[in-house]
Design a protein around this ligand. Structure first.
Ligand SMILES: Nc1ncnc2c1ncn2[C@@H]1O[C@H](COP(=O)(O)OP(=O)(O)OP(=O)(O)O)[C@@H](O)[C@H]1O
Ligand SMILES: [Mg+2]
Length: 269
């Protein structure tokens, strides 16, 4: 069974891409076959994995516009079992073009889901890195996914906008994808010494209860540096606090998903 998770929050810079890349890398290190699908016009997941968006012959844009199959776009990374469907800046025009080309709004929301179907058997996990918006591209991610992982930065106003995100998830569930659920809320860029950061975490735990991941991602410079080396954190700085946090997150997710049991070392149950 392939688990497809969209990583979404319309707020910019909260750690969506960092989570897609590093959670993906640790799931792959734990033996899972992982595909990261970059659908953000900024193509940050693509460049974080060492690929230059402007040098690639094809991207997820060609898949959305019906010019290529997903299989032709998927690119291997330097990491075992970790593949990426790269994005490109052309995605910035997708929404306008799709509205012109496809009259039926329902059909427009299924472009990614239909594109993923033939490739599902090749992967255990597909992580979709969404842009900071709730437009057509993110709706496509939510329509294709069974779950949403929501990174929330532990800072002032962190929860602002979450209501809008939750109501978009609810709308997609009612109209497009009844199986959609929230997989977990992930507190990112936490600073244990900062009172506000601790308060935000507490607020999230009070509000979301068990939906909040136990694992918290600390603010860690190595996590910020790794993308410029084109490497996930398990290659760039495997002993950093950021690396250990994403490794714990991968373990927590594998346990939640029933792939491993709490005491095993990451081998499939
Ligand atoms: N835990 C962390 N500690 C330190 N820096 C981080 C951490 N997580 C992310 N960053 C850095 O913060 C910036 C924003 O993170 P990221 O790109 O993952 O957010 P995003 O939600 O994908 O942003 P966007 O909405 O623009 O797509 C990046 O420069 C990233 O390297
Ligand atoms: Mg991003």
């Amino acid at each position: 069974m392939t688990r497809i998770y969209a990583i979404a929050n319309q707020k910019g810079g909260v750690g969506k891409t960092t989570t897609a890349v590093n959670l993906g890398a640790y799931l792959a290190a734990a033996g899972q076959r992982v595909l990261i699908v970059d659908i953000d016009p900024q193509a940050n997941a693509t460049s974080s994995l060492g690929l230059g968006a402007s040098q690639l012959p094809r991207s997820i844009y060609d898949v959305f516009s019906g010019e290529a199959d997903l299989a032709d776009v998927i690119t291997l990374t330097n990491r075992m079992r970790l593949d990426i469907a790269p994005s490109s800046h052309a995605m910035a025009a997708l929404e306008t073009e799709a509205v012109e080309a496809i009259q039926d709004p329902y059909k427009r929301s299924f472009l990614l889901r239909n594109a993923l179907t033939p490739t599902l058997h090749r992967y255990d996990y597909i992580l979709i890195d969404s842009p900071p918006s709730l437009g057509l591209i993110t709706v496509n991610a939510m329509t294709a996914a069974e779950g949403v992982i929501i990174p929330v930065q532990s800072e002032y106003l962190a929860l602002e906008g979450l209501g809008q995100l939750l109501s978009t998830i609810e709308k997609v569930r009612r109209g497009l994808n009844p199986r959609l659920r929230i997989v977990g809320i992930l507190v990112t860029m936490a600073d244990a010494r900062n009172k506000l950061s601790r308060q935000v975490e507490e607020e999230i735990r009070n509000y979301f209860g068990d939906l909040a991941f136990q694992t918290v991602i600390p603010r860690n410079v190595r996590l910020g540096e790794a993308p410029s080396y084109g490497e996930p954190i398990n290659a760039y700085a495997p002993n950093s606090a950021g690396a250990r946090a994403y490794q714990r997150l991968a373990q927590e997710l594998l346990i939640r998903d029933g792939v491993i049991t709490p005491n095993s070392e990451g081998a499939p149950a």
